[in-house]
Ligand binder design. Structure first.
Ligand SMILES: [Zn+2]
Length: 482
């Protein structure tokens, strides 16, 4: 990606690293090298202006899975933090398997305590095949910007492993997300709703999938203390989550499209009640009954979200993982999305991941339905060129106030930086090409940058209002545990 301008001419701005207090002397003394803007090396004035504007503009990140920083540093289950391969695990691990890496080598690479060189030997046969995919590029940009390493190799792997440890220290989330990636805030999706210890950086969505799929009596029911004996009790459980967290949450989110199409029908309560009773009694439920119950509860949860003014984010399109995606089902997502918009015009639906590879369909939905919004989260690393193509087409087809252009969609924080830089590159290129091809004036292109990179998200997800509420959230004022 060297013409992209992510070249690292000043490899490290060593001043920050070697502050007066000595390297990494105190939490205040350490800094990561800054990311160079590629604007000045662009070949034309149009490109220089657009790249400069895109590189200066903050991003509102509308979708992540990041744990809180202290949990990340502590490691899963309170164990020591994970080794450097975690930055490849999400999502590059899937490309490694589809490139042919055997399961046992994959397991050793990601899970076993081997030396960096031993791990490199496992990775080396597959690295040339995966290093240029979006997943691969996000990791490579991250190691270049964070560790000063141009590419992973036998020669550099030890440095990558060592620098990984050096960077992962208290404060590294803010350094990576805010200072380097210029991200204003993230919207994090977990199993239910997390009372985050970094509430203004890691805003949270309420997960609704367990409210209707299953439903997940344990995860959603237990924290409420409500004895669930009937469908009405389950409504009270759902209400509890919205009453407790609705004013702090940025949106609600469901990834139920991994299990079925998003073709939720409006089912009356009388038909759902006997199925729910069977579910409580642990009796078998047919696939038709399961769908009927899920459909009914989906609309109950969506109704609550709408009452609370929360947009409804739905996974559409491509599946994470490997060797599992039924593309025939995924192909049904756009038609089902139309029906959702039609059935509940008062609900703001956010269709995630540009429904890749059916992104042209999604543009037509955003053009047709007032309440259809599109989130480009994850798309820049699934297929960077398609994402750029999508954005170009979107901007000359559908209203520009209904698109969000970035969500990293990661568990580890390091590759969010790589993804954000790919997104900046893609946003800039989309606008440059629209100007160069004569579809937009330079002035019009420049005036789109703020709305699509952050203003739309601030407005639709009411970011300032949520931050205000979160400042006085009970969990934001609790002292940090040691
Ligand atoms: Zn996600």
């Amino acid at each position: 990606m060297n013409s992209s301008g992510f070249t690292r001419r000043e490899t490290l701005k060593v001043l920050g690293l070697l502050g007066a207090g000595g390297m990494w002397g105190s939490p205040q003394a350490w800094a990561l090298p800054s990311v160079q803007s590629p604007a000045s090396e662009q070949p034309t004035e149009v490109r220089r202006q657009i790249f400069a504007k895109v590189w200066q503009t903050p991003l509102v990140d509308t979708h992540e899975h990041l744990p809180d920083e202290q949990d990340c540093l502590r490691g899963p289950g309170g164990k020591p933090q994970e080794d450097w391969t975690v930055i490849l695990r999400h999502y590059l691990d899937s490309d490694l398997i589809t490139a042919g890496m055997p399961k046992d080598q994959h397991e050793q690479f990601f899970r076993k305590p081997l030396s960096p060189l031993e791990k490199w030997r496992l990775l080396a046969p597959y690295w040339p095949a995966v290093k240029n995919t979006g997943y691969g590029q996000a990791v490579r940009i991250a190691i270049r910007e964070l560790y000063g390493v141009e590419d992973l190799s036998e020669k550099t792997v030890e440095k990558v492993a060592a620098q990984y440890e050096t960077v992962r220290r208290p404060g590294f989330y803010e350094r990576i997300l805010c200072e380097l990636a210029k991200i204003d805030s993230c919207q994090v999706n977990t199993g239910t709703f997390r009372e985050s210890r970094q509430p203004l950086l890691l805003l949270q969505d309420i997960s609704i999938v367990g409210m209707f799929a299953g439903p997940n009596l344990q995860a959603f029911g237990q924290p409420t203390g409500i004895q669930v004996k009937s469908l009405v009790d389950w409504y009270r459980v759902i209400d509890w989550w919205f009453d407790r967290y609705g004013k702090y949450a940025t949106a609600v989110k469901s990834q139920n499209a991994y299990a079925r199409n998003i073709d939720y029908e409006k089912i009356p309560r009388e038909r759902a009640e006997p199925v729910f009773a069977k579910r409580i009694a642990g009796q078998p439920i047919s696939p038709e009954e399961q769908k009927l119950l899920e459909d009914h509860l989906f609309w109950y949860a969506v109704g609550k979200a709408t009452e609370h003014g929360l947009p409804v984010k739905l996974h559409t399109g491509y599946y994470a993982g490997q060797n599992s995606m039924p593309l025939g089902r995924v192909q049904g997502n756009p038609a089902a999305a139309c029906e959702l918009c039609r059935l509940s015009p008062q609900t703001t639906f956010v269709f995630m991941h540009i429904c890749y590879p059916y992104y042209e369909d999604l543009i037509s939905i955003a053009k047709q339905y007032t309440n259809a919004y599109v989130d480009m989260c994850w798309s820049w690393i699934i297929n960077p060129v398609a994402a750029k193509d999508f954005l170009k087409k979107y901007l000359v087809t559908a209203p520009a106030n209904k698109i969000f252009t970035f969500g990293g969609d990661y568990f580890p924080v390091e590759p969010v930086l790589g993804h954000a830089l790919i997104a900046r590159q893609g946003v800039a290129l989309s606008l440059c090409e629209l100007v160069e091809e004569g579809w937009l004036s330079l002035e019009d292109a420049l005036s789109l940058v703020d709305p699509i990179m952050h203003e739309n998200a601030r407005r639709v997800f009411r970011i300032e209002e949520k931050k205000q509420a979160l400042r006085s959230a009970p969990w934001a004022r609790r002292p940090l545990p040691p």
